[in-house]
Ligand binder design. Structure first.
Ligand code: FES
Length: 166
């Protein structure tokens, strides 16, 4: 009987640290992605209703494998309101062509991507000819208690369909 207890005790003493090691090594795979969650962006009052988009950083907690970073910039969005409208439009600042950062050209009242010269209208439509296969990617947006939140997603670039990355 003593031998059996010793064997069980020894087995548990051996397996527990091994199981803990396996559990920790799989930690990044167990974590939920921050993708496709609504993230607070700005006060609606900081998006003037003049039809001109404004750029805002997207801030969220980020995890890189086993390391966590609190309140890090993970991207950027453009928010826009038409004159006299409470409705906010949101676009990701990532170009659908190859992922460069889209810039706002205030003088010519359009968006431009500096990498391969794609152009977009202020409401995100594509200006032909542009190498981008689609218009700017819109993001779901909600305004609650004076705060704008967007459903943050990344999309595949270089294809005609707007397809969210997992
Ligand atoms: S990445 Fe924007 S035009 Fe190519």
């Amino acid at each position: 009987m003593a031998k059996l207890v010793a064997m069980v005790g020894g087995g548990l003493a051996t397996l527990t640290p091994v199981a803990a090691g396996v559990w920790m090594s799989l930690d990044p795979l167990r974590r939920k992605s921050a993708a496709a969650t609504f993230l607070p962006i700005a006060d609606v009052s900081s998006v003037p209703d003049d039809g001109m988009p404004r750029q805002f950083p997207v801030i969220a907690d980020r995890t890189d494998a086993w390391t966590g970073f609190a309140a890090e910039p993970i991207g950027a969005v453009y928010l826009r309101r038409e004159a006299g409208s409470d409705t906010v439009q949101a676009f990701t600042a990532t170009c659908p062509h190859a992922g460069c950062f889209i810039e706002l050209d205030q003088r010519d009242r359009c968006f431009r991507c500096p990498c391969h010269n794609s152009s977009f209208t202020l409401d995100g439509g594509i200006v032909s000819p542009s190498p981008s296969p689609r218009a700017m990617d819109t993001l779901e947006c909600e305004v609650r208690d004076g705060r704008v939140s967007v459903k943050w997603e990344n999309f595949y670039s270089g294809i005609e369909a707007k397809e969210a990355r997992p």
